[in-house]
Design a binder for this molecule. Structure first.
Ligand SMILES: Cc1ncc(C[n+]2csc(CCOP(=O)(O)OP(=O)(O)O)c2C)c(N)n1
Length: 308
């Protein structure tokens, strides 16, 4: 599967002809985001290779989710972020915004190296103190209540006039998957955010659901996330295609601006695709048709950015 994804990408790239899309004015920023996307994919490929050679231990990747680089680009590097285990391109993009290269951090994490900057190799996580990325475990949705606490604390510190790790106008972002959105911990955190805001308390929190339509082997029913969170009073809903980096950046900027200005929670629904299975050990063919798996390849977000 690993090779199939890479081969498909390379072949599809060769088949592209220039000039089908109007040039964007983003220029260097688009290149920076594309670099984060490509870096994230390479790290995923490296993880599988290290595992095969007995050098690495963690193979859950971000392939197919690389549109989340544009979410990072829409935020400030001082906005605290609590990330899904598939938000690798977000991590690399934010590090790039600080003029840093985050590739080595991620590689050290998958090798359980003690030099890894945030967890000392205890668990493979995305986190860096300088980038306001607070590390999480892979316990799905467990970081959502924590994100609510961070968002609440930004405003509380400002109100009390006590020192805070975050700027007064910071917003908190947390990302998670579509199956995770059903976890009682997620449902509780989202409810608590809306409930708190309903009482007139500020909750600068952006929920980002990276919806790849499946949780391990269980498909999420089509339209479920929009049905569950698309029209909830007090939770502004935004939707973007993670295949389209430019659109995702624009919509994520709108969502971030809404949260920053109004100090109210919002929900960004980012459509993605899961490539290379749930993890390296996953025999995806046991529960998905080959045509379904192949259809995912056509939605590779790296191709969405590469298309001229
Ligand atoms: C609390 C908890 N329960 C179960 C698991 C096992 N588990 C790992 S990933 C996953 C599904 C996650 O699916 P989704 O949220 O859609 O994210 P995706 O992996 O598809 O990006 C589950 C149930 C876990 N890690 N944590």
């Amino acid at each position: 599967m690993t090779e199939q994804v890479d081969e498909h990408f390379v072949e599809a790239l060769r088949a592209l002809s220039p000039g089908r899309r109007p040039a964007t004015t983003l220029g260097p920023q688009l290149l920076e985001m594309f670099d984060a996307q490509l870096g994230s994919r390479h790290v995923d490929l490296a993880a599988r290779e290290f595992r095969a050679r007995g050098l690495g231990y963690y193979t859950i990747g971000s392939s197919g989710h690389e549109g989340n680089a544009a979410v990072a680009a829409a935020l400030r590097p001082t906005d605290p972020a609590l990330l899904h285990y598939r938000s690798g391109a977000f991590y690399l993009q934010r590090m790039a915004q600080l003029g840093r290269n985050g590739l080595l951090d991620v590689l050290l994490g998958m090798m359980a190296a003690t030099d890894e900057p945030i967890a000392g190799g205890r668990h493979k996580v995305f986190g860096h103190h300088d980038a306001a990325i607070i590390p999480q475990t892979s316990t799905i949705a467990s970081h959502l209540p924590r994100a609510l606490g961070v968002a609440f604390a930004i405003e509380r510190a400002r109100k009390l006039g006590v020192p805070s790790a975050w700027p007064d106008d910071a917003i908190t972002v947390c990302s998670f998957g579509d199956a995770s959105a059903n976890h009682s911990t997620a449902a509780g955190a989202i409810n608590a955010a809306v409930y708190t805001a309903y009482q007139g308390l500020p909750v600068p929190l952006l929920f980002v659901c990276e919806d790849n339509g499946i949780g391990i082997s269980v498909p999420t029913p089509r339209g479920w996330i929009a049905t569950a969170y698309g029209s909830r009073e007090g939770l502004r809903y935004f939707q973007a295609s993670g295949f389209d980096l430019v659109q995702t950046r624009e919509i994520a900027m709108e969502a971030a601006e809404h949260v920053r200005r109004h100090r109210k929670p919002a929900f960004l629904h980012l459509s993605t695709v899961r490539l290379m299975g749930h993890a390296g050990s996953d025999a995806e063919v046991a529960y998905r048709s080959t045509s379904d798996i192949a259809a995912g390849l056509a939605r590779d977000p790296l191709l969405g950015t590469a298309e001229p």
